[in-house]
Design a protein around this ligand. Structure first.
Ligand SMILES: [Zn+2]
Length: 501
């Protein structure tokens, strides 16, 4: 099953595969020297279940000298944002993205420039949980060049997870929430960009890399810069007029604040950058215990299904036995129906977006018995992440399914795959994401929509001259229209569900 082809990314990628005289390497070094903000990411060969040593799994691709404890980093992604950018100068557009093949470029050519980059006080480094990358990167360089050739710090550093919470309005004085967001989720929420997850756990030690792998790897670094741009915008806007910025937090709801908000912001100059660094940056320091793997670290890592970066992805082998209650062979009407447990209500919205009937529990904190009753009465399948629910034997096992994936997109793909759901393009957005109701069949005119929205919902005036069609949910009266968010959502689900246009 090939995923639908992703649209081409908005940046060009330099693949660096040569040492010494290679022009790409020269460009990389020049860009690093001139950059003020550099986004970093690294890839390594995923660890398979039951193979404790990541390096040297017998395919000959990993150097035999690598310490067996840490995976060998095979790819380093670097996205550089422009030069100094004095007052008024707009450097935002200038961005170079490099995918550096660490299996091809002599590490000796890279070590000194990288160490300088990591430690330069006037260059802000961006990453997503980069400490682990740094540990592996350091081990990879030390294995090749000698124990002194590792890296022990990255400073100043800004983690995109913190940027995310800042943009979401989280109080900086308070502790960050425990839930961990994946980079894909962050990109989707902040940028409305879907990063393909298919390739995340692909074999990064195989050569040649596919175009898809190169693009995927480059995206991981590039979008960190995009997220930083949002952060800068908010930082500068708040610094100037303390107005807040609307973020695209409710993707499936109808308000289209994004479309209406002004885009006239100032891109920050070097001065702003330094105040961001002072106010928000941190440092990554590797101690001896980080660099020399202890058995406890090893244990922790080997517990994970693949490598830690892939922890969102899980073994999707299913215990589902079927047939589902809607199966015509046992008297069903052929229409899949689910009940999503409270922990996975987000999945319910996603299922509705692709036209599947997905209810949520009738009470906020349902007892297991209530959940199972509703499931049984309405002929649904209960989707849950709660293992405890599986032990209720009085309900046939073919009415409870434990969802294994952690992220909504993956959960959606998992459910579609497990229950062999047929999703077609005209089913997309055919159901109210708010209440699971269905839409009236005939679209409303603008006048009818304005009438229907009275005292209930505000239709932004910027939509008035755009000749849009409106639909109303027959159950909760929510209005929907084909705005930008609608089209983005359709595009997203086309690719998640592997529907090609
Ligand atoms: Zn509704």
């Amino acid at each position: 099953m090939d995923p639908a082809p992703a649209p081409p990314p908005p940046f060009a990628v330099h693949l660096v595969t040569g040492g010494g005289p290679s022009p790409e390497l020269a460009l990389l070094l020049r860009s690093l020297a001139a950059a003020r903000v550099v986004a970093l990411d690294a890839e390594w060969k995923p660890r398979r279940r039951g193979s404790p040593a990541a390096a040297g799994t017998g395919d000959g691709a990993s150097p035999a000298t690598a310490p067996p404890q840490f995976p060998t980093v095979t790819l380093l992604q670097v996205a550089c944002r422009g030069g100094d950018g004095g007052e008024g100068e707009r450097e935002r557009e200038r961005c170079e993205v490099f995918v550096v093949d660490l299996l091809a470029v002599p590490l000796a050519d890279l070590w000194a420039p990288l160490r300088e980059l990591f430690e330069r006080p006037d260059v802000l480094k961006l990453g997503f949980r980069f400490k682990q990358d740094l540990v592996y990167l350091s081990a990879t360089f030390a294995a090749a060049l000698g124990s002194d050739a590792g890296f022990d710090r990255v400073e100043p550093f800004l983690d995109v997870t913190n940027v995310y919470y800042y943009l979401k309005g989280h109080d900086r004085q308070k502790k960050l929430p425990k839930e961990t967001k994946s980079l894909a989720t962050i990109c989707e929420e902040l940028l409305n960009v879907s990063l393909s997850k298919e390739l995340q756990c692909s074999d990064w030690s195989c050569r040649p890399l596919s175009d898809g792998q190169i693009q995927y790897a480059a995206s991981d670094a590039y979008y960190l810069l995009d997220i930083f741009d949002l952060f800068q915008q908010k930082f500068t806007t708040e610094g100037k007029c303390s107005s807040t910025m609307e973020l695209n937090s409710d993707r499936h709801g109808s308000p289209t604040v994004i479309e209406c908000s002004s885009s006239g912001y100032d891109i920050c100059s070097g001065g702003y950058l330094m105040s961001i660094v002072t106010k928000y940056s941190e440092k990554i320091l590797l101690t001896d215990s980080d660099i020399k793997p202890r058995s406890s670290i090893r244990k922790e890592i080997s517990k994970l299904p693949t490598n830690a970066k892939c922890k969102d992805r899980v073994d999707c082998s299913t215990e589902w036995q079927g047939p589902p209650p809607w199966d015509p062979s046992i008297g069903g009407d052929g229409y899949p129906k689910f009940l999503c447990d409270v922990m996975i209500e987000g999945l319910a919205k996603h299922l509705r977006c692709v036209g599947i009937d997905a209810a949520i529990p009738s009470s906020k904190k349902p007892e297991p018995r209530e959940l199972l009753n509703q499931t049984y009465k309405e002929g649904r399948i209960l989707l849950t992440r709660d293992v405890k629910l599986l032990k209720y034997q009085y309900l046939a096992s073919s009415q409870v399914y434990r969802v294994k994936s952690l992220l909504k997109h993956d959960q959606l793909a998992e459910v579609i795959d497990t229950f062999q759901l047929k999703i077609s393009e005209d089913q997309l957005m055919s159901r109210c994401t708010k209440c699971n109701g269905s839409f009236i069949q005939k679209p409303l005119t603008l006048e009818e929509a304005v009438e229907a929205s009275k005292g209930f919902q505000v239709i932004p005036s910027c939509l008035f001259n755009r000749n849009l069609e409106f639909w109303k949910c027959t159950d909760c009266n929510q209005l929907y229209w084909e705005g930008t968010q609608y089209h983005n959502a359709v595009q997203k689900f086309l690719s998640v569900c592997n529907i090609s246009d």
